[in-house]
Design a protein around this ligand. Sequence first.
Ligand SMILES: [Zn+2]
Length: 540
Amino acid sequence: MAVKHKVVESRENDGLNLIIRALQDINIKTGMHAAELGKLYERVVLKLGEIEIPTAPEDYKKFMNDIEQVQEMFTKACSKEELFSATLKALYNGISDLERRPSPTMSIVLQLIDYKKIPFAVQWILQNRYSEQSLERALLTLCNWLSKWMYTPNLGPLVLCFMQGLEAKQHDDILIEVARVYIEKLFKLVVLESIRGSVGPVVLYILERMQHNPEAFHKILPHINSILNSLYKQRSDSSQYYLHKFVNLFMALMEHFPGHPGLYDDLNETLEQYHPEKNYKEILNCKSWLDINNCTLTIRSSSGKVGLNNLGNTCYMNSVLQALYMTKLFRNSVLQSSRDTMPLFSKLQALFALLQFSQRCSLSPNDILNLARPPGFQPGHQHDSSEFLGYLLDILHEQEHSIYSSSIGNSIVNIGSSSGMSSDSTVVQGSFGGRILTVSRCDVCGLQSERTDSFRELQLSFPNNCMDPSVQTLLNYYLQPERLCGDNQYHCDTCKRLTDGERVSRIVEKPRRLILTLKHFRYDPVSQQRTKLLQRVKLD
Ligand SMILES: [Zn+2]
């Protein structure tokens, strides 16, 4: 194909013109298949990385005009979702390439990403399970661009968001390495008003989190005086904001890294001129990166418990996981079982083992979220924890049950032997399963029908006008006989029609551990909405 050859084979200096012509050609050919188009855009992105920024002023002006044109054409093309992801993929391949160092020209592709969508782009990268080496190279490339190219406003926010994503995934070693290489260059750029908004947050973020050793702080030490002085003289809102932040931060860092006699004398003098705040220490009240390679400290919290990191409004999951972990019967059954062919089960087992034995103060339960995110649960949104619990237990039970069924089918397990199990003896069912008997009685013929079901939780609703309810009140309400009349009539098999009647439930086999869900809401027929109940419930 003509277009492809033009893009790929050009080794001329005027590469941008070729790219523009290629993009024009693509726009003319409307009949092109989406996958084919995607491939072409990938090539264009990679090609952009080969184009060096000209140094002569006249060339530079033309270059920037061309860049604008390329960007416009790209924006038009990338309104299609599949092209957008193809471009994003090409961009990642470019920045993580271990062989080549793409030029910052490639970064203009970043402007295609809507500012608000940067977190999704980062999430996309992190979900792709790239190797540590690849992720480190990607961040190094982005920081390299950030340190020498001002034309892409999205670059700084992307670097920051990427770093935060890596931190959430506990890639502290990558972050520390990149911080070591780039902190000095980036810090010196904060003096430039035009790029400060992009690079400043990255610099603050790095310095606040490099608390495990003074390396980053000491690298910028020789430049602090002149940078603060320039910020002071600029007198813009942003320069004053960063001046203020830096003064407090450096005061805190000096105290945080004691034992360097003489080293901070000049800095102390400088900072005094800018009047640090009294509570300057608070700036370091954030997570610190941890150098795993050089870590001899036990940092498990003094409570003896290991926490779970919030992965973006995932408290609904973390609360459930901690509650399950604290249920000793369930925890021990999970830890002792050998069900390593079941993906979710073995991940839960690994998580429980870490919650018990890890020396870290917190863990990220990414694997569980990936395997047990209920359909419709959107990343980053708040969701219902009881819904999550139900879904999680369902999958665990079904995975275990299906393995049991298939081994019966293959006659591997001798029924009656100690390894045989009934469908009810899965770990989930064995811990939380009970049986409930429901008896319905027809008012007309007086006959009763009975049904027994297994349950894993009881969903308790609140009786009307009940002040100060206790768990027992709610349980009694749940088990009290229910009139079946009006819209709620029941179908009697003997009368063969809908009749009035009564239904009563009784627990005939109690679970070893009982899960209760309090339905803390009521349907309001006037507003046709669910309203939240704010009642406290006593534990009897
Ligand atoms: Zn009847």
